[in-house]
Write a protein that binds this ligand. Structure first.
Ligand code: GDD
Ligand code: MG
Length: 353
């Protein structure tokens, strides 16, 4: 990938489907295997030599800046553009126009993505496309943007959130695009505008060269609680080219100051964050993540679950396929299954939820 290519990442969504987790933290900052989610996108870009990144924020601009700053800690150069009120995906892209030159990559900020960006850019350039959309096959396209292409790859239809009757292909918009400067010029400035509902449909059948590139490699939109847990499982089980935070020993990743009692058991794969503690006879099962500063007390079981920072799981409690928000307390002998608890939750001892 040529050095001149810049990336724009859209991170201004509200993350409504991941509430309550996104009430306190924007979705792109949610820890995934103890790393802020966006760090995986930075890693993908960096691996392809793209270091110049514009982040388009609409909510939580301050916390993004506080977490990533100028990007140096992640080996990238970050610049920010902020929308006082959300302008939609198209409005956000338009806002970044003045900060980029030439061909740009555009990313939805909530996709765990391991595609070959060099192949993507090559495809785009060989076809002299104005814009190219990366496509992924999914089982149920109704939750996504459906993209129908001709045999030459040219886009014939783009339908955002199609009804079941409109589904004619399994290919959907994977949330990664290549845009030429002419595409930015098509977007009106200062108004709410959607890439998916206005820009792409408006580029069809009028001589504009809009192409679809069937991508390969890992792909997951982490926007629901199930997907968020699946992202952990896939990373911990080595189904992605990414790694959890921390030092690896076998199937366990430990960050600085994390302590696992010798009599604790790790069955499966787990990552344990900075200063977290797992006590004797506790068990980490399935694929689980223990956030920074968490405590898993004696005999407690964590099974396919994620604890956000500062949470304490009481003695003998069981947390199964659940996500527990930061700074929460699960009382002793409580059992949680399939739960998604927000920040500072307090579950009394012996509760079942
Ligand atoms: N800056 C900014 N401003 N960003 C926004 C805004 C906005 O007003 N609205 C949404 N975004 C960001 C979100 O933060 C997210 O990273 C991305 O744009 C996509 O928004 P979502 O709300 O997550 O959309 P979706 O998941 O329903 O659908 C989109 O992604 C699918 C793939 O995951 C669409 O692009 C679909 O066509 C696509 O298939
Ligand atoms: Mg999404």
């Amino acid at each position: 990938v040529r050095d001149s290519v810049q990336a724009i990442i859209l991170i201004g969504g509200e993350g409504t489907r991941l509430r309550p987790l996104t009430l306190d933290l924007p979705k792109p900052l949610l820890p995934v295997c103890n790393r802020p989610f966006l760090s995986y996108q930075f890693e993908l870009l960096r691996r392809h030599g793209v270091r110049d990144i514009v982040l388009c924020t609409a909510y939580g601009e301050k916390v993004f800046k506080k977490t990533f700053g100028d990007g140096r800690g992640h080996g990238v150069r970050l610049r920010y553009v902020h929308e006082a009120s959300p302008l939609g995906t198209g409005g956000a892209v338009k806002n970044a126009e003045a900060l980029v030159r030439g061909t740009s990559l555009v990313f939805n900020g909530d996709v765990l993505n391991a595609m070959d960006l060099a192949a993507f850019l090559r495809f785009h350039r060989t076809r002299k496309a104005d814009a190219t959309i990366a496509l992924a096959p999914v089982e149920d396209p109704t939750r996504y943007g459906l993209v129908e292409t001709g045999s030459d790859g040219r886009v014939k239809r783009f339908i955002e959130k199609p009804s079941p009757q409109e589904v004619t292909t399994d290919k959907i918009n994977a949330g990664t695009y290549v845009f030429e400067p002419s595409v930015f010029r098509r977007i009106p400035a200062g108004v709410v505008y959607s890439v998916e509902r206005s820009l792409f449909p408006g580029m069809l059948g009028n001589g504009t060269r809009l192409y679809g590139f069937v991508r390969r490699g890992y792909w997951l939109d982490i926007g629901t609680a199930e997907a968020y847990l699946k992202a952990h499982d896939d990373i911990l089980q080595g189904r992605t080219p990414f790694s959890p935070a921390g030092r690896r020993t076998g199937t366990l990743w430990l960050e600085k100051g994390a302590k696992i009692d010798r009599r604790a058991r790790v069955e499966g794969a787990a990552c344990v964050g900075q200063g977290a503690r797992v006590e004797a006879d506790a068990c980490l099962r399935g694929s689980s993540a223990v956030g920074a500063g968490c405590v898993v007390e004696q005999g407690a079981v964590l099974d396919g679950s994620v604890l956000l920072p500062g949470t304490r799981v009481g003695a003998r409690a069981k947390v199964i396929r659940s996500i527990v928000g930061p700074d929460s307390k699960i009382g002793r002998d409580a059992v949680l299954e399939g739960a998604a608890l927000g920040a500072k939750a307090n579950v009394p001892a012996y509760s079942k939820a």
